[in-house]
Design a protein around this ligand. Structure first.
Ligand code: AMP
Length: 216
């Protein structure tokens, strides 16, 4: 079984949703720098405070900050593999990851790119709700949340992310095209890249991902 994976794709491409399905089905631990930084902000830590403005504007947090988060996480939780949701997002981040994994003799198994249209991105981002407590992601359309939007798993409040605003999305997409898309060539060269049509429903996408994870 493949157990060292990165999930790549535009905002709203389904990385978080698929990461959650992967961890539930295969028990591979997942982490996401975006989720860590939102939690740090809620806790009022210096890291959360320093990075919240960049996130709110739709920019990318400096590579060194993100790589340190991932390195710390790998040291503590990386022994049984990983799914990175939203990392790497730049070529220097991918190079740092490769160097870290080389040092531990634990090479990456898969780089999965969830390809989605801009229409899918806009639809998903404008309807996205996230649990403030456990991070569960759903959409306004998925349930009848007219009274009070509550997480079905932990009863935490379901809220809109403050960077899920259509104007901020323009900046996030600009960063994505300029800094993240070049990663496709990077992973193509290593032979690890697999492109999946992420416009389909979550179960179909997950079926394709599962086959990749279970492949020899
Ligand atoms: P996400 O939850 O993956 O959509 O990330 C939310 C925000 O966190 C992004 O728009 C960035 O501002 C920041 N962020 C998350 N991951 C990274 C990364 N790998 N590199 C730089 N910034 C990141």
């Amino acid at each position: 079984m493949k157990k060292r994976l990165v999930l790549l794709g535009a905002p709203g491409s389904g990385k978080g949703t698929q990461a959650e399905l992967i961890t539930r089905q295969f028990g591979i631990p997942v982490t996401s720098p975006g989720a860590i930084l939102r939690r740090e902000k809620d806790l009022g830590t210096p890291l959360g405070t320093e990075t919240s403005e960049i996130i709110q504007q739709g920019g990318l947090v400096p590579d060194a900050t993100i790589v340190k988060l991932i390195e710390d996480w790998l040291r503590l939780h990386g022994a049984h593999g990983f799914v990175f949701d939203g990392f790497p997002r730049t070529v220097p981040q991918a190079e740092s990851l490769a160097a870290i994994l080389n040092r531990h003799h634990t090479p990456l198994d898969l780089a999965i790119w969830l390809e989605v249209s801009e229409e899918t991105v806009r639809d998903r981002i404008s309807g996205r709700l996230q649990c403030r407590s456990c991070g569960f992601v759903t959409s306004v359309a998925a349930g009848n949340f007219s009274e009070r939007a509550v997480c079905p798993y932990c009863e935490g409040p379901l809220v809109r992310r403050n960077d899920d605003d259509l104007e901020v999305l323009q900046n996030r997409l600009r960063e994505y095209h300029a800094k993240t898309e070049p990663l496709a060539a990077f992973y193509q060269d290593t032979g690890l890249l697999h492109r999946i049509d992420g416009n389909r429903d979550r179960e179909m996408v997950f079926g394709d991902i599962s086959r990749l994870i279970e492949s020899k």
